[in-house]
Design a protein around this ligand. Structure first.
Ligand code: NDP
Length: 482
């Protein structure tokens, strides 16, 4: 089929050639009872990946989007965020440069310039994704699609009969119901800020809150971070959480731990927050912006799911089986809307596995084990596998061995700034298998991505020990633990 596709000019629709594909889907779709073999609702990471993979097998695919192509990750998430992370990190490198003999002149930063360039890069990526769809022969339909039957979708006045409908509609930031919440913005509003707020309060202790706090502090804002637990990043390894808290404080962020917001009031052009912690009530005034980053909810409302009796969980997430099939066999779901590991690469991999299985006839199942993840703070975090607490709970205190090292990386030997690095490995004492690798420090996401392959492949501590280190590096610590 791939050879067949290559004979066709880019952008031309691949007509299904039965002779070239041998699976049940082909013979049933040949009846032409359906206009599309797959109708995708939502052109975010999961929807785009599934649509293109399905089309590569010759499926007739449409994708509907009522916003910009690219979804949260491309338009108002991972990509613009990472560009801002780089911007903030460069300020730190400028600090460090003096230690290496550089004279750095007057330092100013233009938020407006950064935002303009960031938005241009995002718009470019959006166009690239649109081009990929066209090249794959996927029809991009603009507008809000809605399921009207198990095999039927409407978009405006038009109805489409489809063999499968994939719901990949993503998620939306949530806001708690407290007085004055209308004065806040979410991550969506953060990416629309024309000016950098000099003073900003951020509520939440998850990925977004700590990343935004780090970006804004790095670019010069005075940041207050309000977390309702003692430590940020619940679910991450305890040493990473402790080290991150110390790094955030070291970065100049005013962390209010074990603190909740009771209410919010408008205050001049900004906001005043009324806080409650175990010791006392506090006020935080003159904040120019207030960002809430307290989680997201699946976009499962108002797309007809209830009408066709697709089962939803209590949080609105679409219930799916291991292959992304909902309670209605012709309706599939992938990504944040399923509530399963709401991370871009998970949605992409799950969507491709789904398309491989249904349209490529391959017996593929997405594995949700050992998903690596990163938090782009300063310094960043990379982590894969079981945390120390999770491993202890599974195997008991005597069932695991824990290795860790904390050090100042070589890059800081000549600098005033001393960002720490912490590396940690959890090993099954019985089998010697490495259960988890955790790191906070320069390049942690890049390093952990590589180690995730080893963990996925079942590597033992002995395998790590038999691997020669790269010297001098921080990564070598993972293969020199004793
Ligand atoms: P998270 O689920 O990561 O964190 C939510 C945070 O908000 C937690 O600290 C939670 O505390 C806290 N919280 C929840 N409700 C309240 C409340 N009413 N008042 C105060 N605090 C509250 O959500 P995010 O919004 O940060 O991110 C959403 C998702 O986006 C993430 O789960 C992640 O999957 C994805 N993402 C991934 C990134 C990456 O890969 N680098 C970057 C950004 C987002 P508690 O722990 O007590 O529940």
């Amino acid at each position: 089929l791939r050879a067949y596709g290559e004979q066709h000019p880019i952008g031309e629709r691949l007509e299904l050639n039965e002779a070239l594909v041998d699976n049940a889907w082909v013979s049933s779709s040949a009846s032409n009872a359906f206009e599309y073999d797959l109708f995708v609702i939502g052109a975010g990471s999961g929807g785009l990946a599934t649509a293109q993979r399905a089309a590569s097998y010759g499926a007739r695919v449409a994708i509907a989007e009522d916003d910009r192509v690219g979804g949260t990750c491309v338009i108002r998430g991972c990509i613009p965020k990472k560009l801002m992370v780089y911007a903030a990190a460069m300020g730190g490198f400028l600090d460090d440069a003096g230690g290496y003999g550089w004279s750095v002149g007057e330092r100013t930063h233009s938020w407006r310039e950064l935002v303009a360039k960031r938005d241009a890069a995002v718009a470019n990526l959006e166009r690239i994704h649109e081009g990929h769809l066209a090249n794959a022969g996927v029809d991009l339909l603009r507008g809000r699609a809605r399921l009207v039957a198990a095999n039927e979708v409407c978009l405006g006045e038009r109805r489409y009969r489809c063999r499968y409908v994939l719901v990949a509609s993503g998620s939306t930031p949530i806001l708690p119901d407290i007085d004055g919440i209308e004065h806040t913005i979410t991550s969506d509003g953060f990416f629309e800020l024309d000016e950098r707020p000099e003073r900003v309060a951020i509520v939440g202790g998850g990925y977004i809150a700590v990343e935004f706090a780090s970006i804004l502090a790095g670019l010069g804002s005075r940041v207050s971070l309000i977390i309702r637990r003692e430590l940020p990043l619940r679910g991450f390894d305890i040493d990473l959480r402790r080290e991150l808290l110390a790094c955030l404080v070291e970065q100049g962020i005013d962390v209010h731990a074990s603190t909740t917001v009771s209410c919010i009031e408008a205050d001049g052009g900004g906001v005043r927050l009324f806080l409650q912690n175990p010791e006392c009530a506090e006020e935080l005034g003159a904040e120019q912006a207030l960002v809430y980053a307290v989680g997201r909810r699946p976009n499962s409302a108002d797309i007809g799911l209830e009408d066709v009796r697709v089962e939803l969980g209590a949080g609105g997430q679409i219930a799916v089986d291991a292959h992304g099939v909902t309670s209605v066999p012709s309706v599939l779901a992938v990504g944040d809307v399923t509530g399963k590991s709401p991370l871009t690469p998970v949605a992409i991999q799950a969507g491709r596995a789904m398309a491989d299985r249904i349209f490529g006839g391959k017996p593929v199942t997405m594995s949700y084990d050992d998903i690596p993840t990163a938090v782009f703070t300063e310094p960043p975090i990379g982590t894969v596998g079981l945390s120390e607490d999770e491993a202890r709970e599974c195997l008991g205190d005597d069932g695991i061995r824990v290795y860790k090292a904390r050090f100042t990386p070589l890059v800081h030997a000549l600098t005033d700034r001393k960002l720490p690095t912490l590396v940690k490995m959890i090993v099954d004492a019985d089998s010697d298998r490495v259960l988890g690798c955790h790191m906070i420090g320069h390049d942690a996401p890049e390093i952990i991505q590589g180690l995730a392959v080893a963990i996925k492949a079942g590597a033992t501590k002995a395998d790590f020990d038999a691997t020669v280190g790269i010297h001098p590096s921080s990564a070598e610590e993972f293969v020199t633990f004793s």
